[in-house]
Design a protein around this ligand. Sequence first.
Ligand SMILES: NC(=O)c1ccc[n+]([C@@H]2O[C@H](COP(=O)([O-])OP(=O)(O)OC[C@H]3O[C@@H](n4cnc5c(N)ncnc54)[C@H](OP(=O)(O)O)[C@@H]3O)[C@@H](O)[C@H]2O)c1
Length: 329
Amino acid sequence: MKAINVALLGLGTVGKGVYQTINTHQERLRDITGCSVHVSTFLIEHPEKHATVNGTTVTDIRTITENPDIDIVFEAIVGKEPAFSYLKKCIQAGKHVITANKEMFAVHGKELRELARQHHVSIGYDATTAGGIPIIQMIQHVLQANNVLKVQAILNGTTNYILTEMRDQNAAFEDALQQAQQLGYAEADPTNDVEGFDAFYKLMILSELIYNEQPNWNDVKRIGITSISEKDIAENQLTNKRIKHIASIWKEDGRILAKVEPVSLPRDHPLYAIEGVDNAINIETDILGELTLKGPGAGALPTASAMIEDFCLIYSGKSQKEKSTVVVS
Ligand SMILES: NC(=O)c1ccc[n+]([C@@H]2O[C@H](COP(=O)([O-])OP(=O)(O)OC[C@H]3O[C@@H](n4cnc5c(N)ncnc54)[C@H](OP(=O)(O)O)[C@@H]3O)[C@@H](O)[C@H]2O)c1
């Protein structure tokens, strides 16, 4: 039986989730792709941390780009570089790529998609936005005739967890943040989450998918949750409202408008009941009307799920058309 050879860039939370899922879902992947799927190479930064890995660990991307046996590369490392340069090289070497890296993709997604088109390979990026919720694939493949009029979303589980704790447990922001860090929901440096950068990157990826362009980043209001006080939460409760950190995008007079900010939501709002680390996306379209998807927005397996579904789309063998639809929105 033919084999699909996979290289993993990064073997942290997400990389391990992908590796585990490929191993636990061998039979299913074989049914879908007609091939056995084998993770042969791991690119990591600190080889000494990964002595027990079953495969080749490398630190030089050329080991992957110059290996003709590697068919596809999953990228789960942190930050714009070296991830962007690595993916560029992999695409130029004719390999399909799948990424979870939102910061990198918000900045370089367009260029990578174009490059993938030129090299006739696919690029999957569903894991960059809302973790396990298949929002990218849904907009690309399911809502094809619908025009998306507006998106309102909770795109960061850490901030949603903190706001939920502040309300439920009457916790101060610092205490709720500390709790999130202890549970592994927040990084030691939580700036990306609590200042809204993470939600902002995801919103920019959605913008490019839906409108084929991003607004000027300087025109997008981005307010985090650090200034929300216990008093704000209590006042909202008195009027049956909940403060949620909402990322929104829509078009007005042909212009893309976007913002990320805390919003007081009334009880009948579709995102009012989204609690804890969940993410949710409310999409308004011209034919369907409103649709809300809710689910785990982060974590090893939800993120791996999004990446493996991208993989299946590329290799399901239905047609070349599906391959290209992963590349181009
Ligand atoms: N965690 C989530 O729930 C989640 C959800 C959605 C998307 N993402 C995105 O997925 C990516 C990975 O997140 P994570 O939580 O898995 O991160 P992580 O646990 O910190 O793991 C990062 C991995 O990348 C490797 N790495 C870092 N810099 C590298 C470099 N310069 N060269 C080679 N390898 C390098 C590290 O190698 P060593 O092990 O050798 O140090 C580590 O294995 C990020 O872009 C993140 O935004 C994460």
